[in-house]
Write a protein that binds this ligand. Structure first.
Ligand SMILES: C[S@@+](CC[C@H](N)C(=O)[O-])C[C@H]1O[C@@H](n2cnc3c(N)ncnc32)[C@H](O)[C@@H]1O
Length: 279
């Protein structure tokens, strides 16, 4: 099996029982989905659904005619659906073994110990940028990206290496395509909810004890100090939605959601979200 997939599966297996711990994170994610405008019988798609510890599947299946759960890890999706019984089981559609990067097999071939050549990186950038997305029965009324982009970018970190001179080129290609893919998967007028973890207690232990009222200020300070995951500076993400020539003209009604904490095993992550409407 692809080593990157194996790592994701191991992470999911180790965090399968985090349901209780994820309660406040799930509440924030569900509030955002609840607030999405959608017609009756609307269809929802969640990218990176994994263990679905951030989703109340029963509530989603009541509101949406179809709930499409997309992830690399079909085992995690199967266990999630089994753990959360839903009256209308047919409403839940699993799309396991789906890569959302477009370059997963190629990334696995790389290691920072053997620096990739310019030609190899050019090919990867082209493949990531031109990725049509997995085969899904879109378009959907609501598309949620559920903390998967940090994982796609982390795969670039472990495969190409953060000191590679073309690291940022590939990171940007993966990030830009992920945001573009969310838009592609939406019906015109549909709602996108992009959710991402931006920094964790590994480098910002103060997140563990910060007063909730001070969290936004605390995260803003971390960002100012350069303490955030590669490619996930909320200010850069905001600029992307507002100004990028491939993204900005395709979205409106942008809402930038203040950070909240996601408690995950011994760690906590600061998470932000962007809600938008496809034009
Ligand atoms: C941080 S977890 C979030 C899971 C879920 N949203 C939750 O809160 O329980 C990220 C998810 O992204 C999935 N993932 C990582 N890389 C992926 C890829 N290339 N394509 C599709 N899914 C991927 C992992 O399998 C994992 O389920």
């Amino acid at each position: 099996m692809n080593q990157l997939t194996l790592q994701q599966r191991q992470n999911n297996a180790a965090s399968r029982d985090h349901w209780e711990q994820a309660a406040s994170h799930r509440q924030r994610v569900m509030q955002l989905i609840d607030s999405a405008h959608a017609r009756p019988n609307a269809r929802l798609c969640v990218l990176g659904a994994g263990n679905a510890n951030d989703l109340d599947l029963a509530r989603l299946a009541e509101r949406f005619a179809e709930v499409h759960l997309v992830d690399l890890d079909d085992e995690a999706l199967a266990a999630a659906v089994e753990r959360q019984p839903v009256a209308d089981q047919a409403a839940l559609r699993r799309h396991g073994d789906c890569d959302l990067s477009g370059v997963w097999p190629q990334l696995e071939q790389l290691t920072p110990d053997r620096p990739a050549s310019d030609d190899e990186v050019d090919a990867l950038v082209a493949a990531a940028s031109g990725f049509a997305g997995p085969t899904l029965p879109g378009p959907f009324d609501v598309v949620v990206s559920a903390c998967v982009l940090s994982q796609l970018i982390n795969a670039v970190v472990v495969s190409l290496g953060e000191t590679h001179p073309r690291f940022v080129d590939l990171l940007r290609a993966v990030r830009n395509r992920h945001l573009g893919l969310m838009i592609d998967l939406l019906v015109p007028g549909g709602t996108g909810i992009f959710i991402t973890d931006v920094v964790s207690t590994d480098t910002a232990p103060q997140l563990q004890t910060v007063n909730p009222a001070d969290l936004s200020k605390c995260v803003a300070g971390l960002i100012r100090d350069g303490n955030f995951f590669h490619g996930l500076n909320p200010k850069v993400l905001r600029a992307h939605f507002e100004q990028d020539e491939a993204i900005a003209p395709r979205v409106d009604d942008l809402e930038f959601i203040d950070p909240w904490l996601w408690h995950f095993g011994p760690r906590a992550y600061a998470v932000v979200a962007v809600k938008f409407r496809r034009v």
